[in-house]
Write a protein that binds this ligand. Structure first.
Ligand code: HEM
Length: 394
């Protein structure tokens, strides 16, 4: 589509599953931002796509007007299973966040650093002698689940490969395979939670999920507890893999960032943050409009579905100078990759830690590396985005 701006087509009819987004991700987002602050999709029951940084921020904060209760997924198939706290509004939403937040707080996550580093070192040292790896299968698909299951949410870690595969299919697989894969993860976690509810308490987060919270003055239903653990497992397994792969991809193709980090290890936090800004795994989340409103001159009415385009908002030149440039030395790194407002990501501190130890320990053991000749990473994008493979040589 060389002679025509991608956005001219997107403005008339854009949907998040369009292969364009997967193939020409950055270019598509930049064109959306430049040409249509609010795009329209006629896909399924139709929705609007809100792209600009300030608009995304405002709408994500205003949960009364932009409700999450109808689900984060656009055009969810009939009979879809919700996830919580994602698919809920305050006050019920807050009661669950109060249960979950302490386990994912900055302080609690800081205490996991030695363990996270040891896991990273073990995986990296296993690949060093080989001189090559496929980074996703050998590392990025394993580390986040291991840390989550062994230290925060004690799901049996031996089941991680199976769970990761089904989370991956239900997030990025062929559309007709997603429902059954999601169903398998749901059935697994339902059975796991039931078996824990029959055992004596162990003093962990699973006990608190089994105990539940009140909903409308009565104990919440069993299903809601399963939706909670589903959300945490999906959040933990379907996201950070992409960002840590993005960091290693960037370093493989930009030796100057490797040199800069070696000269100034204090740059690591900014490198992590730029990676999070430029490799967003949650492209967009849906909301339902509850009251007539307007965004960038587009009138929205109750019942309209909208997608908050977190990925585009992180590349808005109004919020970030030269947004396409990976620049860890830019003053303040502003993005919306973790969302904004009440639904802001539960796992942001954990994700940052995992990316940081990955970059530090990888560079310590494999200071010079490149993409395997003749290879390029491939991606899958819809509302979520992930790198599917990353072949490296050193
Ligand atoms: C770099 C990695 C990650 C990114 C970019 C990311 C991104 C996001 C975003 C954008 C949202 C908000 C969605 C919305 O507003 O509707 C969100 C929510 C959430 N994330 Fe993450 N996430 C990441 C890692 C994690 C991890 C490691 C976990 C848990 C282990 C997690 C668990 C959750 C949960 C449970 C929610 C729902 C929060 C709520 O509704 O209150 N995420 N995440």
């Amino acid at each position: 589509m060389a002679e025509e701006r991608i956005a001219q087509r997107l403005y008339a009819d854009f949907h998040m599953e369009d292969p364009l987004l997967s193939e020409r991700f950055e270019e598509t987002l930049d064109d959306l931002l430049a040409a249509c602050p609010v795009a329209r999709s006629r896909d399924g029951s139709g929705y609007y796509v809100i792209n600009r940084h300030e608009d995304v921020r405002r709408c994500a904060r205003d949960w009364r007007t932009f409700s999450s209760a109808d689900g984060w997924m656009l055009n969810a198939p009939e009979g879809s299973i919700p996830i919580l706290p994602e698919d809920s509004d305050p006050p019920y939403h807050n009661t669950w966040r109060h249960v979950l937040n302490p386990y994912f707080s900055r302080d609690n996550v800081t205490g996991l650093e030695d363990f996270a580093r040891a896991c990273a070192v073990e995986l990296i040292e296993a690949m060093v002698p080989r001189g090559e790896c496929e980074f996703i299968a050998d590392y990025a698909a394993i580390l986040p689940g291991r840390i989550l299951f062994e230290r925060i949410l004690p799901v049996p870690v031996e089941d991680l490969p199976l769970l990761f595969r089904d989370v991956d299919i239900s997030s990025f697989g062929p559309v007709d395979e997603r429902g059954p894969a999601f169903g398998r993860v749901h059935a697994y976690l339902d059975a796991f939670l039931r078996s824990r509810s029959e055992q004596p308490p162990k003093g962990d987060l699973i006990d608190l999920i089994v105990a539940g919270v009140d909903k409308d003055g009565a104990p919440c239903p069993w299903e809601d507890k399963v939706y909670i653990i589903l959300d945490v497992v999906f959040g933990g397994l379907a996201t950070t893999t992409h960002v840590m792969s993005g960091a290693i991809h960037h370093l493989a193709t930009h030796p100057e960032t490797r040199v800069a980090l070696r000269a100034d290890p204090g740059l690591i936090d900014a490198v992590v943050e730029e990676t999070i800004r430029l490799y967003p795994p949650v492209v967009a989340a849906a909301r339902t409009v509850r009251a007539a409103t307007e965004v960038a001159g587009v009138a929205l009415k109750p019942g309209d579905r909208v997608a908050l385009n977190f990925a585009a908002a992180g590349r808005d030149p109004e919020a970030c100078d030269q947004p396409g440039k990976f620049d860890p030395r830019r003053g303040q790194i502003v993005h919306t990759t973790f969302g904004v407002g009440p639904h802001r990501c539960l796992g942001e501190h954990l994700a940052r830690l995992e990316i940081k130890v990955t970059v530090e320990e990888f560079l310590r053991r494999i200071p010079v590396f490149r993409l395997a000749p003749g290879t390029m990473p491939t991606y899958e994008s819809g509302q979520l985005r992930t790198m599917k493979n990353l072949y490296l040589r050193w």
